[in-house]
Write a protein that binds this ligand. Structure first.
Ligand code: NAD
Length: 349
């Protein structure tokens, strides 16, 4: 596939294609929509088979950010950047690459505002911050709000409560069993919130030691990573990888609710309808996992206090309630109801 073909297939506003000659990396910054504000979205660093695949990834992810930020109610449009590298750099080479990348972001004058994503983190955002103010998620020491993972976990927790309320008529976690898949930056604090509220927490990770550690810390139990789909539970909280909900996996599920942070949970669009038919409530991933974006934008750009940020994170539960009601009243999947809400917000402008 050529750049021309990829560009033709996209409905976004602007794509910046930059060749970083010093490292050989290709940098793609995609501004999908500025209808609701300057474009926000993370920078992903990855090795791709061909540069055009990196561009395609940035385009697809930037469109998803438009929907995500519209539903999250923050004054930003959707964007995403990809640094397509030959190999993931470290040390001085990495720092130099992120300084040059910071110059590129600065040159866009705030049309695109970055944050971290796959293979990039707080330290990289600090380096970008040496060259531009248009960066979210710098370390607290460098004047940022730090990692988005803790507020993401808080948002998922509110989302789980709203989902319980919709299914069982009560958001009480006492007596409920939640399987947390992925004991990482989001799954670990989420397990803590759930156990603190009285849930029985089962933790799974492809690294069994990590699952054991988190389970022990919260007074839960570890379960093998390959038994998660069939685990009998009230809530399945995917906090590891995407693509877990497909026409093959949905029939195997033994949960009432799916509510977790993982991105791109639906492997096939039909899986959302299948979940509806099976009576399993699905919290659309980009709605329930927006806590990090909401908190970072609020704290760093909108001047929110911690308590204002906490109120906004609780709003994720309210947004989900609205989506569930819309799905029920229109007889559509929750994923379709979330997309309809995003469209409505974009077209209200
Ligand atoms: P992380 O890398 O810190 O943790 C992921 C954990 O999942 C690791 O412990 C890993 O060993 C485990 N894992 C990987 N594959 C697994 C599998 N098949 N089964 C069980 N465990 C597996 O990542 P994170 O930051 O906690 O993010 C988790 C998910 O949430 C990702 O999909 C990410 O894109 C999404 N997300 C994260 C944030 C954030 O703020 N960190 C925000 C929005 C969405």
């Amino acid at each position: 596939m050529t750049f021309e073909e990829v560009l033709d297939s996209w409905d976004g506003e602007t794509a910046v294609i930059h060749r970083d000659r010093k490292s050989g990396a290709w940098i793609f910054i995609c501004v999908h929509s500025t209808l609701l504000g300057p474009a926000g979205g993370g920078t992903r660093m990855k090795v791709y088979g061909a540069p055009a695949e990196g561009l395609q990834d940035a385009m697809r992810l930037s469109a998803a950010m438009t929907r995500k930020l519209a539903v999250a109610g923050v004054p930003l449009g959707g964007g995403k950047a990809v640094i397509a590298v030959e190999e993931i750099p470290s040390g001085e080479q990495r720092r130099a690459l992120f300084l040059r990348y910071g110059n590129l972001v600065a040159s866009l004058g705030g049309t695109y505002r970055t944050s971290s994503d796959m293979n990039t983190g707080e330290a990289d955002m600090d380096v970008i911050g040496e060259r531009t103010e248009y960066v979210f998620g710098r370390s607290v020491g460098a004047g940022g709000a730090g990692s988005p993972a803790p507020p993401t976990a808080t948002g998922v927790f509110h989302g789980i409560r709203a989902s319980l309320s919709h299914v069982f008529g009560s958001d009480d976690l006492e007596g409920r069993t939640v399987v947390v898949q992925g004991a990482g930056s989001v799954g670990s604090p989420l397990a803590g919130h759930l156990a603190g509220a009285g849930a029985t927490v089962l933790v799974a990770d492809i690294d069994p030691a990590r699952a054991q550690l988190v389970a022990a810390r919260v007074g839960g139990a570890a379960v093998p990573a390959d038994e998660v789909l069939e685990a009998e539970c009230d809530v399945y909280a995917p906090c590891a990888v995407g693509g877990i909900l497909s026409v093959e996996t949905v029939p195997r599920l033994r949960c009432r609710i799916i509510a977790g942070s993982a991105n791109n949970q639906l492997a096939d669009p039909e899986a959302a309808e299948l979940l509806r038919e099976r009576g399993i409530l699905y919290a659309p991933d980009y709605v329930i996992n927006a806590g990090g974006a909401i908190a970072l934008v609020g704290l760093e750009q909108l001047g929110w206090s911690k308590s204002e940020s906490d109120i906004a994170l609780a709003g994720i539960g309210e947004t989900l309630r609205g989506i569930y009601e819309r799905a029920d009243s229109h007889g559509i999947s929750t994923a379709a109801a979330a997309d309809a809400l995003a469209e409505a917000r974009l077209h209200a402008r």
